[in-house]
Design a binder for this molecule. Structure first.
Ligand SMILES: C[S@@+](CC[C@H](N)C(=O)[O-])C[C@H]1O[C@@H](n2cnc3c(N)ncnc32)[C@H](O)[C@@H]1O
Length: 207
């Protein structure tokens, strides 16, 4: 434990400088994709910092969070659950979002299905996307840097854009807008960090 703290101290120093700007930009972009007054579930909210920043951008939003861990105090109302069945009835929220969460799970499809179940209409995803041969390596490296020092387990489960689109198709989700680039960083970083706003296809059967 002490060794981990000593070894990861320099990484945390850098992260604590970059992370506030990243979270602020992510929150403002996500808030702009939600309608005024929307009721939102933040899946994998951690300490709820991103959600709290979204509320600063758009105070009419109502956001609650769920996570599988509670190692940091939460800035929003947060429930802890088993990571499998979201503790809410079907169609409870206007928007269900997961920011940098799905690639931390071994079964992305199962969690996404749960998100679809509790959403009335929209699913918002900020995740990673593999682009080319070295992508998996890059993403794994940055994931380790960003998460291990905070004790968040990484399972390195990354999809290419085609794989994301196939999964959305399978779950009857359509892209409500062509996937957005994260408006933070540039070049390779942006390429690997898409945001998807998806809409349930209500004419088709429930998933
Ligand atoms: C990289 S952090 C992102 C936290 C937050 N969404 C943000 O943007 O700052 C990933 C989070 O996903 C959570 N997580 C992992 N598996 C999960 C699951 N099956 N359901 C909900 N949260 C999960 C982790 O506990 C962790 O808090």
């Amino acid at each position: 434990m002490l060794l981990r703290i000593v070894l990861t101290f320099p990484v945390r120093l850098v992260l604590e400088r970059v992370s506030p700007a990243y979270k602020k930009q992510l929150a403002s972009q996500l808030a702009s994709l939600c309608e005024d007054g929307a009721q939102i579930l933040d899946v994998g909210c951690n300490d709820g910092h991103v959600a709290a920043l979204m509320l600063e951008c758009k105070p009419s939003l109502k956001i609650v969070g769920v996570d599988v861990r509670a190692d940091r105090p939460a800035m929003i109302e947060r429930r802890i659950y088993d990571g499998r069945k979201l503790p809410f009835p079907d169609e409870s929220f206007d928007v269900v979002m997961a920011n940098d969460v799905l690639h931390h799970t071994t079964d992305i499809e199962a969690l996404l299905k749960e998100m679809v179940r509790v959403s009335k209409r929209y699913i918002l995803i900020k995740d990673h996307q593999k682009v080319g041969l070295l992508s998996h390596l890059w993403l794994s490296l940055f994931d380790c840097i960003g998460n291990v020092s905070y004790g968040i387990p990484c399972v390195f489960n990354y999809k290419s854009l085609d794989e994301w689109k196939r999964l959305f198709n399978k779950l009857d989700l359509r892209l409500a807008l062509e996937h957005e680039k994260l408006k933070f960083g540039f070049g390779v970083f942006q390429q690997h960090n898409p945001i998807f706003k998806l809409e349930k296809n209500r004419n088709l059967k429930k998933v």
